[in-house]
Design a protein around this ligand. Sequence first.
Ligand SMILES: *[C@@H]1O[C@H](CO)[C@@H](O)[C@H](O)[C@H]1NC(C)=O
Ligand SMILES: *[C@@H]1O[C@H](CO)[C@@H](O)[C@H](O)[C@H]1NC(C)=O
Ligand SMILES: *[C@@H]1O[C@H](CO)[C@@H](O)[C@H](O)[C@H]1NC(C)=O
Ligand SMILES: *[C@@H]1O[C@H](CO)[C@@H](O)[C@H](O)[C@H]1NC(C)=O
Ligand SMILES: *[C@@H]1O[C@H](CO)[C@@H](O)[C@H](O)[C@H]1NC(C)=O
Ligand SMILES: *[C@@H]1O[C@H](CO)[C@@H](O)[C@H](O)[C@H]1NC(C)=O
Length: 368
Amino acid sequence: MRTPFLALILSVTATASPLPSTPTSTCKDIEIPITVSVPRFIINTTVNDNWDAATLTLNLTRRDFSTSADPLPISGNMTSEVESTYVIGATLCGTGGPMLVLTHGIIESKLYWQPTFHQAQPYSFVDAAIAAGYSVLNYDRIGVASSSKVNSLSDAQFQVETAVLNSLITYARQTVNASQIALIGHSYGSYISTASASQTAVEAVVLTGFSGTFTYFDPFLAGAGLRVANLRDPGRWSDLDSGYLTSSDLYAESYVYFAEPYFEHSVAEWAYRVASEPFALGELPSLLATDIDYGNITAPVLVLQGKYDVSACGGNCVGLLNATKALFTGSEVVETVDDLPAGHDLNLHKIAPQAFEMIFNFLKAQGL
Ligand SMILES: *[C@@H]1O[C@H](CO)[C@@H](O)[C@H](O)[C@H]1NC(C)=O
Ligand SMILES: *[C@@H]1O[C@H](CO)[C@@H](O)[C@H](O)[C@H]1NC(C)=O
Ligand SMILES: *[C@@H]1O[C@H](CO)[C@@H](O)[C@H](O)[C@H]1NC(C)=O
Ligand SMILES: *[C@@H]1O[C@H](CO)[C@@H](O)[C@H](O)[C@H]1NC(C)=O
Ligand SMILES: *[C@@H]1O[C@H](CO)[C@@H](O)[C@H](O)[C@H]1NC(C)=O
Ligand SMILES: *[C@@H]1O[C@H](CO)[C@@H](O)[C@H](O)[C@H]1NC(C)=O
């Protein structure tokens, strides 16, 4: 279904004649080989079919989960460092200067930041960022869409994905001549962005779909109706191992990612049918077992939330972000917005253009 996107580009060209070129014409799809060397958790659970997916959901949402009585499905210590080379599929827009590096969440892909449905431009963070004068690096996480297929247990782990982002920051500075870098995250990608910013100096961090607590994670895990991706849609996902999971159906995915009446149903349908990509079994336990050193982040931080976010806030973020703000003890500037009329997938709600403006205003106030 490439036609709508092409049609959009053509129609934008036709109506934007005073401009020398369309924003997206500065973009190209690239592949970036990245070698990382990091220890791995040994994940001692397997999912072979949907019975296992149901059991996993019970295990992860039990009242006593993550207490000593029922530890994470991780056995013993990490391995010593494991070296791996992955190919990262990315869209690169612009030629240096201030650059935004975008990391998407789970059951998503880089399309979250640059939707392709008919008349998607108001929802395109990438287009808005280019119009605001930024370069953009928008990539698929390992295991997702255009990036390398990797093992769901041993490769797709939080600290590996953090190391990939650290390398992409180096790539952006050294190869693409970025003068300043802002990490922009959504959901799981926000956690990766904070971990990376705690290890690698950047100029700003913007977090969405994020509260810094897993207290409200159960409704997300249970509500998504986790299913083995290669069984739910073999046509799309037969090349992924059984440890890749996705939502059960459109309405389960809408419960966890959208809030009525602040979105168009057609957008949620597109997200489910086109943009959403499975996540890997190794990703959540490895995140839960990692202590992110929030206090070592010195860059300015903006946390921008849809009020009705299920996974971050249990469906109501108002007042909850005070505790989030308190995590960033090393940042002189920490701003929060807890009440935008949206669910978890902020960019795919009608408020998106205003949310993008808030992000760019924040970045410009920080000198980016
Ligand atoms: C769920 O937990 C039970 C008991 O702790 C364990 O035997 C089983 O392997 C776990 N299943 C999955 C898929 O995690
Ligand atoms: C995984 O290993 C840990 C540590 O050995 C153990 O406590 C836990 O019960 C194991 N989990 C499963 C599902 O086997
Ligand atoms: C884990 O590592 C610690 C410190 O290196 C070591 O003392 C301990 O024996 C290890 N445990 C296992 C189960 O390998
Ligand atoms: C980055 O700068 C170097 C040296 O100034 C130049 O050779 C190179 O083409 C630039 N790269 C990009 C992607 O603009
Ligand atoms: C803290 O951040 C700085 C860069 O800002 C980095 O050089 C240092 O390694 C980080 N410390 C840790 C423990 O990650
Ligand atoms: C959060 O902080 C604001 C002021 O920054 C305060 O008005 C509000 O009462 C706080 N909410 C909670 C739940 O602590």
